[in-house]
Design a binder for this molecule. Structure first.
Ligand SMILES: [Zn+2]
Length: 215
């Protein structure tokens, strides 16, 4: 894949093939969470949504594996109950419930994508969508043009703004982060343009992660 193809790609599997082995399990986990959150209303059972919230916290080491596992089991219960009720009655809610359970269940994302990437069974893309490509570009940036952070940009103001954005999912504050970075001497066009773009931006956004030192 070329840089131009990456920027215009509409098939998530092809993009993942570029990334696998080069990015963290945390980032891949947050991608699964972002995809689930993009279809939040189609997660028809509260247990599926709780599992996604917990796996997001697990990505940042805020909950332990035992806690996650208990939510994973409940998420699988949802999937199994729907299956037992008759898959023909569930339309895509069954696949959404299954994707949520799988998203929460996976502990080694790089290895999993190695096994499933490039196939229709690859998840969390149970129902793959071109919109997922925008989420991939938000979380991973442009792998053909990696950006190195200058420590001088990481003023207490910029870091505090980025932390607030991360904690509150307040991505409407990204233009304020751009201003703070520019005040600190950042003139990187990719960073500034990303902060001032419409998005979508999600937890794991490459600029916010860059400022917070997350990978
Ligand atoms: Zn972003």
């Amino acid at each position: 894949m070329t840089e131009a193809e990456w920027l215009s790609a509409s098939e998530p599997f092809r993009m993942l093939q570029v990334l696998i082995g080069k990015v963290s399990d945390r980032k891949l986990r947050l991608l699964g969470v972002a995809i689930a959150r993009a279809s939040w209303d189609r997660l028809s059972d509260e247990r599926s949504r709780r599992a996604i919230e917990v796996v997001e916290r697990f990505a940042d080491h805020e909950v332990d594996e035992t806690t996650l596992q208990s939510f994973v089991e409940r998420a699988w219960d949802v999937r199994d109950e729907m299956w037992d009720a008759g898959p023909e009655n569930c339309d895509d809610r069954l696949w959404m419930a299954e994707a949520a359970a799988l998203t929460a269940s996976v502990y080694e994302w790089n290895g999993t994508f190695h096994r499933t990437g490039g196939t229709d069974d690859g998840y969390p893309f149970r129902l793959p969508s071109p919109a997922h490509c925008d989420l991939i570009r938000d979380i991973f940036g442009n792998p053909f043009r990696p950006v190195a952070v200058d420590p001088a940009w990481l003023t207490s103001t910029a870091v505090a703004i980025a932390q607030g954005i991360y904690d509150d999912r307040a991505f409407d504050r990204l233009p304020i982060l751009a201003d703070a970075l520019q005040d600190a001497g950042c003139e990187n066009a990719d960073i500034l343009a990303h902060c001032r773009s419409e998005g979508p931006h999600v937890r794991g956004c490459w600029v916010v992660d860059l400022v917070l030192g997350k990978s």
